[in-house]
Design a protein around this ligand. Structure first.
Ligand code: SF4
Ligand code: SF4
Length: 424
């Protein structure tokens, strides 16, 4: 069926047939996983709307921004400081990489034993399926894991790519390297946008991004209540949408959702009864539309109350200090905040273990499901240490490795159900 957006998608050089098929599958998947939930909050209608227009209205907004002279910057990692991009009056979008479509094309130019996230972003580009990638004036990559860092070399044959070097340790010399990289990014963004990052603009950008983090922190505090007032699936969706929606509009909408949640918590109303086992997810990011594991968990008699992940608390836990007055002081504040990210790409990475244990205790979870994408070495390696750290505080962990395919759904369901039964 022709869509009112066909002309725009055609201009973006999408493969209309394949793209239409993708939207159809996505819509069905969304209906089954999200719209079928009972007792959803009114505030989630905003998220439903955003999702239904994910390749429509938001893309149109991006085209309008570009027509007005603004640039669109795509990213794959929470290490890219959005504050710099916003301060140059550009729009930053997270390039979702959570679907299997395009995998066959990706495997023609990447080794098969590459994680699904990398195959997804390369596959989407090769198969002309993603209007976000096609709208980007620049894609900013980073040297986090080896897979990504080498994939960007290949990806740069197909899209304008710029790569930031992310240190692997957290010593003084690593901080110096990262500071130099933030400044190098600032220079490149200024060059691409033709705008200068001034102290006033950077101060405002820091405030805007912090406000979004703060509203997500508020959401996380509210969902910690017992009975839990919102499903883990819905909170994951909120986190996913935070990567491509307009930050000011998103913050206002989630603030309304939090008001509604507050009422729910006050009246002791839960999305599930109090005795449903509370679980936490930890590990690799789950990009749109990767909802497989949360759906399996929440249809196996448990509820998710926290995500220790980049599409979760890792990107919202720390704020950038707002007391910097000069450009240099603000850059320092940005550098300090991003150096606190506890990605498994760092060594050693003790902070992550401490953060997971603290989160599990604060949220009073009965267990943790560690999620690793198949072929992701950093998170697979850390899973052993996470399990050990959790064991010390008496929290059991289930380690899952999977990708975006649906082939293992039944097998995963059996393992998750057995885990939920064990902790009940
Ligand atoms: S897990 Fe690491 S590499 Fe992946 S988005 Fe997060 S910080 Fe970046
Ligand atoms: S999931 Fe793992 S292997 Fe894949 S991009 Fe992230 S850190 Fe790299």
């Amino acid at each position: 069926m022709a869509s009112s957006y066909d002309e725009m998608w055609e201009k973006l050089n999408l493969d209309l047939g394949a793209h239409g098929g993708l939207l159809e599958v996505l819509g069905k998947f969304y209906g089954d996983i999200y719209l079928s939930q009972a007792g959803r909050l009114r505030g989630m209608e905003y998220l439903d709307f955003v999702l239904s227009e994910v390749h429509g209205l938001r893309i149109r907004e991006l085209q309008e921004a570009r027509a007005a002279g603004r640039k669109v910057i795509g990213t794959f990692c929470v290490f890219v400081p959005e504050e710099i991009v916003l301060a140059a009056d550009a729009v930053q979008v997270g390039l979702c990489a959570g679907a299997e479509a395009g995998k066959d094309a990706a495997e023609k130019i990447l080794p098969r034993n590459t994680c699904a996230l990398i195959k997804s972003f390369v596959g989407f580009k090769l198969s002309r399926l993603c209007p976000y990638i096609e709208s980007c004036d620049l894609v900013v990559g980073e040297t986090t894991c080896d897979g990504k860092k080498k994939a960007y070399e290949i990806f740069s044959d197909y899209a304008p790519v710029y790569v930031m070097e992310v240190p692997q340790m957290k010593q003084a010399c690593d901080r110096d390297l990262w500071r130099a990289e933030v400044l190098r990014l600032k220079g490149r963004i200024e060059e691409v946008t033709g705008r200068t990052v001034t102290p006033d603009k950077l101060r405002e950008a820091i405030r805007v991004v912090n406000e979004r983090r703060k509203v997500l922190q508020r959401l996380n505090r509210l969902r910690a209540a017992s009975p839990v007032p919102i499903s883990g699936r819905d909170v994951l969706l909120v986190n996913q949408v935070s990567f491509y929606d307009d930050p000011v509009r998103f913050t206002a909408s989630i603030s309304n959702l939090c008001d509604e949640l507050e009422e729910r918590v006050r009246s002791g109303e839960g999305i599930v009864p109090k005795d449903v086992p509370r679980l936490m997810l930890s590990g690799c990011p789950m990009a749109v539309p990767n909802w497989k594991l949360p759906y399996i968990i929440e249809s196996s008699g448990a509820v998710i109350v926290g995500e220790e992940s980049c599409i979760g608390t890792r990107s919202t836990r720390d704020l950038v200090a707002e007391d910097g007055e000069t450009l240099d002081e603000m850059i320092d504040a940005i550098v300090n905040r991003y150096m606190r990210i506890d990605c498994a790409c760092f060594t050693p990475n003790r902070e992550r273990l401490d953060n997971i244990v603290a989160m599990a205790e604060d949220l009073k979870v009965k267990g943790v499901v560690h999620y690793g994408l198949t072929f992701c070495q950093p998170y697979a390696m850390e899973a052993f240490k996470v399990e050990k750290a959790l064991k010390k505080v008496g929290v059991p962990m289930l380690s899952i490795e999977t990708d975006y395919s649906m082939e293992d759904v039944e097998q995963l369901k059996t393992r998750v159900e057995a885990f939920v039964e064990m902790i009940r």
